[in-house]
Design a protein around this ligand. Structure first.
Ligand SMILES: Cc1cc2nc3c(=O)[nH]c(=O)nc-3n(C[C@H](O)[C@H](O)[C@H](O)COP(=O)(O)O)c2cc1C
Length: 370
């Protein structure tokens, strides 16, 4: 049986010292009225810090573009009121001994499942205006839009460091704007942000990473979240081979990514099973680049997040398989979503061997900020 201690070994992410390998996964809660994080939101994150979570990655929070978000109560990361709300979150997390990084997001053309009829103050925007089914649902971004969006990510990174955040995560996964640029059926641009290869279509995030690196201090961690599947097709792969993955990630490391957060619904699923039956996407990222890799996906739970969104419960499960992978060095950090959403003391219960006090996951937890 793997030793639990492996989860509680310190780690250094760029200049940031982490006391253990547990990361809270970014989870949109949409409980910040008008985009301003409240005292309840601060308390929600503080409780995870009090219970020893090594690094909290916040819910997706919108950069300073009029159509960056698709729900009214998702938190903004621009403007005095929202940033003052975030400052209280940072201060409470730090007072409890924790570390926290905002997940910076622009949704692109992706509509919200929860409030599909809500519209932002300006039309949705995306690389070529197309939805995943090829409809013209949004405005193709002009050169000026692209330039200002890159700048808006950099402005958010500056604000994050100024407010005292311990790093940032860029949302490059799950069909949001940065991710939309990667796909040949969504990005038909003929300028330097389009192209026939994944590396060419990564220019947008490369420019964002470079812009951020030029305005934050060198030790400030910049994490990039990526996923392989296509919106509406979980079996598809953006990088079809390890070679393609290597070429893709190499340009992102060169541009300034300190860490990759490789999103998959179940961490135990092999990324290239035809080559290696075990290694997951984080494992491949680490093997190919050597930079910090964060895994995620049904940690401590029997069913994945999409099943939970559909209303199914998930059983609390053993961490042995995950810890064995961590011990082997497959990845460096472990992000935990639903288990930590439901129970702020999840990690502390794991540490103290109180597995019998960890409940199964019930979707009712989505409704509260406990
Ligand atoms: C309520 C909820 C909201 C989420 N919102 C985000 C988000 O804003 N950004 C993101 O990258 N992932 C988001 N996710 C995905 C999680 O970060 C994580 O990858 C997923 O839940 C799998 O981890 P888990 O199985 O431990 O829950 C969300 C998940 C949940 C449950």
């Amino acid at each position: 049986m793997p030793d639990l201690d492996v989860l509680f070994k310190p780690y250094r992410l760029n200049a940031l010292k982490l006391p253990n390998r547990a990361v809270m996964a970014p989870m949109t809660r949409s409980m910040s009225p008008g985009g301003v994080p409240t005292a309840e939101v601060a308390g929600y994150y503080r409780r995870r810090a009090e219970n020893g979570v090594g690094l909290i990655i916040t819910e997706g929070t919108g950069i300073g573009r009029p159509a960056a978000l698709n729900e009214p109560d998702m938190p903004r990361f621009h403007g005095e009121a929202a940033l003052a709300g975030w400052k209280k979150v940072v201060d409470e997390v730090h007072a409890a001994g924790g570390r926290i990084a905002p997940q910076l997001v622009h949704v692109g053309h992706k509509l919200s499942n929860a409030v599909p009829d809500w519209t932002p103050p300006a039309p949705y925007e995306s690389p070529s205006g197309l939805s995943v089914t090829g409809e013209h649902v949004s405005r193709p971004m002009s050169d000026a839009d692209v330039a200002d969006t890159i700048d808006a990510f950099a402005r958010a990174a500056v604000d994050a460091e100024r407010l005292g955040f311990d790093g940032i995560e860029l949302m490059g996964a799950h069909g949001y704007l940065i991710n939309q640029f990667f796909y040949d059926h969504l990005n038909l641009r003929t300028d330097e942000y389009g192209g026939s290869t994944l590396v060419e279509r990564s220019r947008f995030v490369v420019e964002i990473l470079k812009a951020i690196r030029s305005v934050v201090t060198p030790g400030f961690p910049v994490i990039l979240r990526l996923s392989q599947w296509k919106p509406k097709d979980f079996n598809a792969r953006l990088a079809e081979t390890p070679k393609a993955l290597e070429q893709w990630l190499a340009v992102l490391v060169d541009a300034g990514a300190d860490a990759f957060h490789l999103s998959q619904p179940k961490f135990w699923r092999a990324a290239f099973p035809e080559i290696d039956g075990e290694l997951n996407l984080a494992g491949w990222a680490k093997k190919l680049t050597g930079v910090t890799a964060i895994t995620v996906g049904s940690v401590g739970l029997s069913g994945d997040v999409y099943e939970s969104f559909a209303g199914k419960s998930a059983r609390a499960t053993s961490l042995d398989g995950l810890l064995a992978r961590l011990e082997r060095g497959e990845f460096d950090l472990i992000a935990v979503g639903r288990a930590l959403l439901q129970d702020p003391a999840w990690l502390e219960k794991v540490r103290q061997g109180r597995a019998n006090q960890i409940a199964d996951f019930a979707p009712a937890a989505f409704a509260t900020l406990s």
